[in-house]
Structure formats: structure tokens, C-alpha cells
Design a binder for this molecule. Structure first.
Ligand SMILES: Cc1cc2nc3c(=O)[nH]c(=O)nc-3n(C[C@H](O)[C@H](O)[C@H](O)COP(=O)(O)OP(=O)(O)OC[C@H]3O[C@@H](n4cnc5c(N)ncnc54)[C@H](O)[C@@H]3O)c2cc1C
Length: 503
């Protein structure tokens, strides 16, 4: 046991990244993961000859200078092989109109959006202007929200004069930008934005912060882009795992954290764990990086939080995140009638947004001539968690039938041709990821909760740091990687060491 040790809780992308970065800095790291594998929401599972991506299917930040690329360059490890998605996604508004193709080439995308949404260029130009300012700011690894002088200094260092202009938009929503640009009467544009923003911010255009929305609406275009990993999503976790193990960190799978208490010398933490064999273990460390949804602290730190009522109230008052239902299927490729692209978003009345990811030939997910089809929708977690056993099973079976029927009609598939089909609900996500009630994604990115107004990675507890998809800049593998970097920089600065990631 050493005071210098860092314990990282949770082996999703945030925890793996934090562990790999710190281990590469020479810090003693123990990564505790309750599951038998890492990856969390960006993990995979096998069913016979198929490999399914559990949650995330697309990766941002793999381009040169993107956050995943920077991390792997710093770790001196090859980034996982991936193909750029072009289009990044095809959006079908379900109203019979031509689907919208999110081309990677910005010129092609400009042409597409001008055809799809005439008179909207003012809106896109404003988004592009805000996005450029935001992106430059984020790339300088700003700390948000700032909670002490060191954070503030990093924040100020990342500022450029134009941030003053973007700051004027900090309390506005994407819908406000539409009004400013006189595009608010274009209902089709609004429908498109509502659908896309739900994927990234879990909110509609009326509730998504303008500064956040302006950026995520341009994720698919060069110089950024969305990528499809060769093999499976697990390749991202595997690469990070290899780095942290190479650099001497310990990865303990099947070790579930059940209690977090600040230690007797008030400087260190005591962490109680349950192993898969049923034994209780105790570890101590000077610092803890906690990557689970912060709502988990309410149970894991019950005693500590009883003394920190303001912080407890902050956690209790966090906006309620959504859950997901996900269909995982497999089928012979020739049985799929039409598919505009391998990544599509469709609006249907009964589910809202349906996001499709179809595997590609030879991408490691299905044998040749077959494909995996993953379709996800948002749902309220209470709708599922409040049901008792039999009713839950009936509801699950009914939802599976309904979602298959929509998929069959969209992709022109005959029902008997499915080779595999199953459904995950918030209860499945709670079991797989340990996320309370199966909440997924982060906190809604409303103007009141985005960036400077969000939950800080710095907590009122000395040596307890947060990262993951509820912390700035938000959900997605790229977002949680950025938040892991932020927590590591704060932790190292607290130890008197300057840690920066090369650009
Ligand atoms: C359906 C769906 C689709 C998505 N699509 C995309 C996409 O296409 N692209 C994208 O970038 N993002 C996508 N996301 C979001 C992305 O997957 C997440 O934001 C990101 O992976 C979260 O990473 P994390 O490390 O913060 O948390 P998690 O992935 O939740 O990792 C937390 C880890 O902690 C472990 N754990 C839990 N409790 C304990 C405990 N008590 N003790 C020890 N370990 C514990 C869990 O097993 C898990 O491994 C999607 C998410 C979902 C659900």
C-alpha cells in the first residue's frame, strides 16, 4: 500500500484512458472493474458466430489531432484500425422525403443541406463559426467547470478573443440559433435537428445548448469525422488495456467497488470491493478516479455524503438521464432489401429516434455473407425498472416484436429470415454496466447544465476525481476520453506535476 497509488473505478473508456495515461506517467495505478471484461457501454459481447457492439458503434476523435489519436500517440501505441464513415449517417425523417446524407466532405455536405433545407445557410454558417471557436478552445484542453485557481488558470490559458463572442451564446439553445437566423419556420430542419441532437445531447433543439449543438452537428465532417472500428468496438478498450498493462498498472476484473470511505489519516481513501468469488477486499489509495455515473456515489459514499449535504443535494438533483432499448440481430446480407448506408437514423412515431448500425463485409462482426444489425432507441428507465418479473418479460417480448416489425418494414426483410434476434432494456444495461437503473449517455446538454454550468470533475472530497459521460465535455468515447484527461491533469497538478498531452 502506498500513498502515491491511484485507484480508478470502472474500466469503461474513461477508466481505461485515465489508467493508461497515469501509468504512462509512472504513477502506480489499480483499475477496478466489476465486469469480466472492460469496455462498459463501448464493449462487445459474443453470441455464437456474431460479435455485437453493446452500445457505441461509431467513434469520433480518431483523426490526427483528435482526442483518441492524441492519447495513442502519447502512449506510443498504434490506434485501432478504423474506417472513416462517409456518409457518417443517413437520416430518414420518416415523412417520405429524401433521406439526408451526412457527407464527410464539407463541400458535399454543404450542397446536401442546401438542397434539403433551402434558406438555412445562415444557420449552418453560424454553427460553423461557433464550432470553430469551441473546437479550438476544447483542443487546448480547457478545464470546465473551473473550481479553483489552477482550473481557472487553465481555462484562461485556453481562451482566445473570439471566445468572448461565443460566450454571448452560452445561455442560448440551438432553437434560439434558428430564430436568430430566421430559420425557425422550417419544420423539416427542426425535425432533423431534434433527431440528431437527441443522439448527442439526449435533448431536443429547444433544450440543447447552442455551443454544444453547434459542435456535435459537425462531427461527421472533415477535418473531424466518425469512424467504424475494424474487428469490434472492443478493439479500442483492448488497445488501452495493453498500454496500461505494459506500463505496470494492475487491472482487476470481476472486482466490484461496494464502498468508498476517506481513510483514517484523512488523506487517503479506503475502497471496499466484492470479488466474483464473494470475498470482500479492501484497498487504499491517495487518489480515486471515479468513472461511473456520479449518481452511484449516493450509494457508494452514503456515510461521507451525509456530512456533505450540499454536494449530496447536487447529486440528487442531477437531471434524470434516459435509458436505451437495443435490438441485436443477425441476417444474411442478401435478405436486406434496401439500406442507404450502414449507419442510419430513422424517425418512427412509436419509438422516436431509431439508430441503425449494420456491420460491413469482413469487419469482424459476422461471417462472410451475413451481417449484424443493431438498432437502438431511447426509453425512460422507470418504464422498465418499475415492472415486476412476468410483466417485465411480457413487455420485453412485446417491444421486441414491435421493433422487429419496424426494422422489417424499413429494410424490407421477411421476418423468418432473422438468424438471431434479442433485445436489451435498461435492466440489461444496469446488469452489464452497473449503471443505476440502466441510465446511459450523460446528463442532458441543456444551456443550464453544459460546460461551465455542469458537474465538476473536482469534488469537495480531497483526492476524489470524477470523469466519464456526465462530466465535461459529455458523452461518447471521445467525450469521456477528454474528461479522463482533464481529471488526470488535475490530479497530477495536485501532486505538483504538470501533465499535458501533446497536440
Ligand atoms: C445504445 C448506446 C449507443 C451509443 N452509441 C455511441 C456511439 O455510437 N459513439 C459514441 O462515441 N458513444 C456512444 N454511446 C455512448 C458511449 O458508449 C458512452 O458515453 C461511453 O462509452 C461511456 O464510457 P464511460 O467509461 O464513461 O462509462 P461506462 O462505459 O459505463 O463504463 C463504466 C465501467 O464501470 C464498470 N462498473 C460499474 N459499476 C462498477 C463498480 N461498482 N465497481 C467497479 N466497476 C464498475 C462497468 O462495468 C463499466 O465497465 C452510446 C451509448 C449507448 C448506451
Amino acid at each position: 500500500m502506498t500513498n502515491e497509488r491511484v485507484i480508478v473505478v470502472g474500466g469503461g473508456i474513461a477508466g481505461l484512458t485515465a489508467s493508461a495515461l497515469l501509468a504512462h506517467q509512472g504513477v502506480e495505478v489499480i483499475l477496478l472493474e466489476s465486469h469480466s471484461q472492460t469496455g462498459g457501454c463501448a464493449g462487445t459481447y459474443k453470441r455464437g458466430k456474431y460479435v455485437f457492439d453493446v452500445g457505441a458503434t461509431q467513434v469520433a476523435g480518431l483523426e490526427k489531432g483528435g482526442i483518441h489519436e492524441r492519447v495513442f500517440r502519447y502512449l506510443q501505441w498504434p490506434k485501432p484500425y478504423a474506417q472513416i464513415l462517409d456518409p457518417g449517417c443517413v437520416v430518414d425523417l420518416g415523412d417520405g422525403s429524401r433521406p439526408i446524407q451526412l457527407w464527410h466532405d464539407p463541400i458535399k455536405w454543404e450542397k446536401e443541406r442546401n438542397e434539403q433545407f433551402p434558406e438555412s445557410e445562415r444557420f449552418w454558417s453560424l454553427c460553423s463559426f461557433l464550432h470553430k471557436i469551441n473546437w479550438d478552445f476544447a483542443k487546448r484542453d480547457a478545464i470546465l467547470p473551473f473550481s479553483n485557481f489552477w482550473d481557472l488558470k487553465q481555462f484562461v490559458n485556453a481562451l482566445k478573443p473570439l471566445n468572448g463572442v461565443s460566450g454571448l451564446f452560452s445561455k442560448l439553445s440551438v432553437a434560439d440559433l434558428l430564430v436568430i437566423c430566421s430559420c425557425h419556420k422550417d419544420q423539416r430542419l427542426k425535425n432533423f435537428l431534434d433527431l440528431q441532437l437527441q443522439l448527442y445531447s439526449q435533448e431536443s433543439s429547444a433544450r440543447t445548448a447552442a455551443l454544444y449543438g453547434a459542435t456535435v452537428l459537425q462531427m461527421a465532417q472533415a477535418p473531424l469525422g466518425l469512424w467504424h472500428l475494424q474487428g469490434s468496438m472492443q478493439k479500442l478498450s483492448n488497445a488501452l488495456e495493453s498500454c496500461l498493462i505494459r506500463d505496470g498498472a494492475q487491472l482487476l476484473l470481476n472486482h466490484k467497488v461496494v464502498n468508498l470511505v476517506s481513510g483514517s489519516n484523512s488523506q487517503s481513501w479506503e475502497i471496499e470491493l466484492l470479488t466474483d468469488k464473494g470475498s470482500i477486499l479492501k484497498f487504499s489509495a491517495n487518489d480515486v478516479i471515479f468513472t461511473l455515473p456520479p449518481q452511484c456515489l449516493l450509494t457508494l459514499m452514503k456515510d461521507e455524503l451525509a456530512l456533505q449535504k450540499t454536494y449530496r443535494n447536487r447529486l440528487t438533483g442531477l437531471p434524470k438521464p434516459t435509458g436505451a432499448i437495443v435490438f441485436y440481430g443477425a441476417i444474411a446480407r442478401h435478405h436486406i432489401g434496401k439500406a442507404y448506408s450502414n449507419h442510419m437514423q430513422l424517425f418512427v412515431e412509436q419509438f422516436g429516434s431509431l439508430f441503425f448500425s449494420i456491420s460491413e463485409e469482413g469487419d469482424g462482426r459476422a461471417p462472410r455473407g451475413e451481417v449484424t444489425v443493431i438498432v437502438s432507441a431511447f426509453t425512460s428507465v422507470s418504464e422498465w425498472n418499475d415492472l415486476d418479473g412476468k410483466i417485465y418479460q411480457r413487455q420485453k417480448a412485446k417491444t421486441l416484436t414491435r421493433i422487429i416489425s419496424v426494422i422489417n418494414s424499413f429494410l424490407n426483410i421477411a421476418s423468418e429470415n432473422w438468424l438471431h434476434k434479442e433485445l436489451a432494456t435498461p435492466r440489461s444495461f444496469a446488469k452489464w454496466t452497473g449503471r443505476p437503473q440502466g441510465i446511459v449517455g450523460g446528463l442532458g446538454q441543456t444551456p443550464a447544465a453544459f460546460g461551465p454550468f455542469g458537474l465538476s470533475s473536482r469534488t469537495p472530497f480531497k483526492g476524489l476525481w470524477l470523469c466519464g459521460d456526465s462530466i465535461y465535455p459529455g458523452e461518447g468515447t471521445a467525450g469521456v476520453t477528454q474528461s479522463a484527461l482533464m481529471a488526470c491533469r488535475q490530479l497530477m497538478a495536485n501532486r505538483g506535476e504538470n501533465f499535458t498531452l501533446p497536440q
